[in-house]
Design a protein around this ligand. Sequence first.
Ligand SMILES: C[S@@+](CC[C@H](N)C(=O)[O-])C[C@H]1O[C@@H](n2cnc3c(N)ncnc32)[C@H](O)[C@@H]1O
Length: 216
Amino acid sequence: MEDTIEVILQDHSRVLSTDRPHPAFSACLGALLTGVYGVWSLFATPGFRRVPWRLKVPYLPSSKDQTLNIMKLLEGRTGRLADLGSGDGRVVFAASSAGFRCTGFEINSILLTYARSKAHWRGVPSGQATFVNKDFWKTDLSAYNNVTAFLAPGVMAVLGEKLLKELPDDARVIACRFPFPDWPQQSSAGSGLDQTFAYDMSSVRSHLRKEPNTAV
Ligand SMILES: C[S@@+](CC[C@H](N)C(=O)[O-])C[C@H]1O[C@@H](n2cnc3c(N)ncnc32)[C@H](O)[C@@H]1O
């Protein structure tokens, strides 16, 4: 009988030991997850404290296809370009190599340093690509005739109001993945998550003027 109980206890403890992870493993996993979260939050959140909650947009880089789609919709255009939230600078670099004079607005100082260093390594002159540590919500964008924005669905209506007030009539706006809710598209490129949308300010304004209760 005693033998049987011992056998049962032995079996039970074996089951328990295989089911429960070793404390050292749990500690390592916890440390790893904390580290990953720490690095992620460093890249995704600095500078965000000053931006109101409803306008916060985290970092997510454009895919290669998305960047190509942006450039397709900018074909034939020239002049100054603002990338609203320039991240690691990939859209600014693509546009500056197509001849635009670009400014990347970015509040994440780590991404900003990375983009500036990349511009330095690549030997891109500052007249072609500049990265500024500025909140674009608080910046007058009236000097730009091209604007690119890969942000979040919840901020597009607010951004639309700002751009309507500030951009010149000959400006083109490229929205990535998330279209403006009430603006008529000029054209679009790509599909799914890489889709980008082009809007010409003159057409947007004349469309909105026809809408009742719209002040343009
Ligand atoms: C979705 S990412 C897009 C990055 C880049 N444009 C691209 O396509 O790869 C949005 C970026 O906007 C930045 N951002 C968010 N709010 C901002 C603000 N108010 N002013 C400047 N940059 C902002 C974020 O830090 C983030 O890098």
